[in-house]
Design a protein around this ligand. Structure first.
Ligand code: PRP
Ligand code: URA
Length: 210
């Protein structure tokens, strides 16, 4: 069975994505919006975190109330653009550890090339959320998920802002155990592997490198 695709159905996400798409949005606003949308999608991507109960004394009485079970969580950005989402995830899950995977797309083959990898020691025991603003051909995310599996990870989710149908199909085929959380699913890829309508080059827009 394929992994599920959870598309955010929320007016705040829809509104913020529209501003992100606008080519006139400043680097500062773009960066802030990526972080905010990342926070909102994290809300959905953590919906199944395990809860336990604890005793708490309110100003009125003692009661039993839910709290997170404390299962270990790691966020893994795909460098560079994935870095823009880390802050939003950490605001929701402050105790998360952060692993980094450096990948870039070869401009001709569109295949991912790995240049960096650093993980928390116990990452195999953690719930892993891989984050990247864009799921285009799916090559980068497919490789990143593969690397995490080589580390022994078994509970992996993928969070993106925009996904192309081609990228979703690739992940569902190669990693059917991984659910995808995304802000929106766009129409298609263009001949250069960019998402249409998309938002352009996410890394360049976050870091102001163009
Ligand atoms: C972008 C994006 C993804 C990848 C998506 O990164 O952030 O990682 O492309 O494309 P794919 O689904 O076809 O693999 P890029 O390679 O431009 O590197 P950057 O983050 O350093 O800008
Ligand atoms: N990477 C990006 O940054 N944007 C796209 O549209 C596709 C891949």
């Amino acid at each position: 069975m394929n992994g599920k695709v959870h598309v955010m159905d929320h007016p705040l996400v829809a509104h913020k994505l529209t501003i992100l798409r606008d080519k006139n949005t400043s680097v500062k606003d773009f960066r802030e919006l990526v972080s905010e949308i990342g926070m909102l999608i994290t809300y959905e991507a953590t919906r199944d975190l395990a809860l336990t109960t604890c005793e708490v004394e309110t100003p009125i009485c003692k009661t039993t109330a839910p709290m997170l079970k404390g299962k270990k969580f790691a966020v893994v950005p795909i460098l560079r653009a994935g870095l823009g989402l880390v802050d939003g995830v950490l605001r929701m899950v402050p105790s998360a550890r952060v692993g980094h995977i450096g990948l870039y797309r070869d401009e001709e083959t569109l295949e991912p090339v790995k240049y960096f990898c650093k993980m928390p020691k116990d990452v195999a025991e953690r719930d892993v959320l891989i984050v990247d603003p864009m799921l285009a051909t799916g090559g980068s995310a497919e490789a990143a998920i593969g690397f995490m599996k080589e580390y022994g990870c078994t509970a992996i989710k993928l969070m993106v802002l925009l996904a192309a149908p081609e990228g979703i199909a690739r992940i569902q085929k190669s990693h059917p155990d991984v659910d995808i959380y995304c802000g929106a699913v766009d129409e298609r890829l263009n001949e250069n592997g960019y998402i249409v309508p998309g938002l352009g080059d996410a890394g360049d827009r976050i870091f102001g490198t163009k």
